[in-house]
Design a protein around this ligand. Structure first.
Ligand code: CP
Ligand code: NVA
Length: 314
C-alpha cells in the first residue's frame, strides 16, 4: 500500500489506491471514535490552520480531529498573521516549517497553496481554494460509499456552478471509477485543466465524464445528486447576475424525479435554500448532508495521519 502522500493539494495528485486507503482509514477512525477508542497517533504534533476565508466545518473538524488524535491545532486568521500584511508565502512557509508539523490553508489563489508546499518542508493540506476543495470531496466519497456500499459504477450528477467543489468532484469521481455529469450554465463550466485531468483519470478507471449545459441529461439515472452555492466566497458581487442565470440548475423535486428513486443528495454546506436547492430536497429523506458534514472529521483525520505520521501502519 502506498502511503507516500507528501501533501494534499489536489485529489488529482493521488492515485486511486491512495484515495481508497484514505477512505478505508477514515472508516476505521470513525468506528474508533464511535466506540470511544482513542489513538494518540499525533501526540506532540501541531497543525497550523491558516484561514483567509470564513469556515465552520473545516475549522472545527480539523481542530477537533487534531485533538482526537492527541495533537494540537493553531487557528491562524490570515488577517492576524503577517501574511495578511504582505509577508511572502515563501518566507511564511519557511518560518512555519521551523515551528510546526503541517499546515492546513484555506485561501483564494490556488497558487499560494502550491507555493507553500514548494517553499516549506512540512505537509500542506488544501482546505479550499478558488480552484479546489479536496478535503470535502474525500468526505463526500466516504459518505457515498457508506450509503451506497460502493463507488465504482455509480453515477454522480452535479448541477450548478462550475466551482471549486465541481472541480474536485470531477477529480474524485473519475479517480474512483464513478461516472460524473456536471451541468452548468453556459460560461460557468469547470476549470478546463481539471476537466482534462478528470478525463485522463476516467480513462484509467473506466468511468465517464460528461460536461454539459443540460441539467436534464446530467440528472438522468443519477445515483448521487450534488450541488453547491451559486455564489462562492469572494464572488459576492456576482450574486444578482448568477441568480438570474442559474434557475434551471436548481435541485428540486421535479429535477430529482430524473435521478434514480434511491438517489442520495449531497451538499458541502453552507446551503442557500430556495437557490441551488429547495428545502424540500435538502431537508428531505434523500438528503445525507449531515453525515457528509460529519465525515469531514473522519476523512481529514485519515489525511492528517497519513501526512503527519507517515510511519503509522494502521
Ligand atoms: N463545506 C465547508 O468547507 O464548510 P466550511 O466553509 O464551513 O468550512
Ligand atoms: N464553493 C463554496 C464552497 C464553500 C465550502 C465556496 O467556495 O464558497
Amino acid at each position: 500500500m502506498s502511503h507516500t502522500m507528501k501533501h494534499l493539494l489536489s485529489l488529482n495528485d493521488l492515485t486511486p489506491e491512495q484515495i481508497l486507503d484514505l477512505l478505508d482509514l477514515a472508516d476505521r477512525l470513525k468506528a474508533d471514535t464511535k466506540a470511544k477508542r482513542s489513538h494518540p497517533i499525533l501526540a506532540g504534533k501541531t497543525l497550523g490552520m491558516i484561514f483567509a476565508k470564513s469556515s465552520t466545518r473545516t475549522r472545527v473538524s480539523f481542530e477537533v480531529g487534531m485533538v482526537q488524535l492527541g495533537g494540537h491545532a493553531l487557528f491562524l486568521s490570515s488577517n492576524d498573521i503577517q501574511l495578511g500584511r504582505g509577508e511572502s508565502i515563501e518566507d511564511t512557509a519557511k518560518v512555519m516549517s521551523r515551528f510546526i508539523d503541517g499546515i492546513m490553508i484555506r485561501t483564494f489563489a490556488h497558487q499560494d497553496v502550491i507555493d507553500l508546499a514548494r517553499f516549506g518542508t512540512i505537509p500542506i493540506i488544501n482546505g479550499l481554494t478558488d480552484l479546489l476543495h479536496p478535503c470535502q470531496v474525500l468526505a463526500d466519497l466516504q459518505t457515498i460509499r457508506e450509503h451506497k456500499g460502493q463507488l465504482q459504477g455509480l453515477k454522480m450528477a452535479y448541477l450548478g456552478d462550475g466551482n471549486n467543489m465541481a472541480n474536485s468532484l470531477l477529480h474524485g469521481a473519475a479517480k474512483v471509477g464513478m461516472d460524473i455529469a456536471v451541468a452548468t450554465p453556459p460560461g460557468y463550466t469547470c476549470d478546463p485543466e481539471s476537466i482534462r485531468e478528470a478525463e485522463a483519470a476516467a480513462v484509467l478507471s473506466g468511468s465517464k465524464v460528461l460536461i454539459t449545459t443540460d441539467p436534464l441529461i446530467a440528472m438522468q439515472d443519477a445515483d448521487v445528486v450534488v450541488t453547491d452555492t451559486w455564489v462562492s466566497m469572494g464572488q459576492e458581487a456576482e450574486k444578482a447576475v448568477k441568480v438570474a442565470l442559474f434557475g434551471d440548475y436548481q435541485v428540486n423535486a421535479q429535477r430529482m424525479t430524473l435521478a434514480k428513486p434511491d438517489a442520495i443528495f449531497l451538499h458541502c454546506l453552507p446551503a442557500y435554500r430556495g437557490y441551488e436547492v429547495t428545502a424540500e430536497i435538502i431537508d428531505g429523506p434523500q438528503s445525507v448532508i449531515f453525515d457528509e458534514a460529519e465525515n469531514r472529521l473522519h476523512a481529514q483525520k485519515a489525511v492528517l495521519v497519513r501526512l503527519l505520521a507517515p510511519d503509522y501502519q494502521g
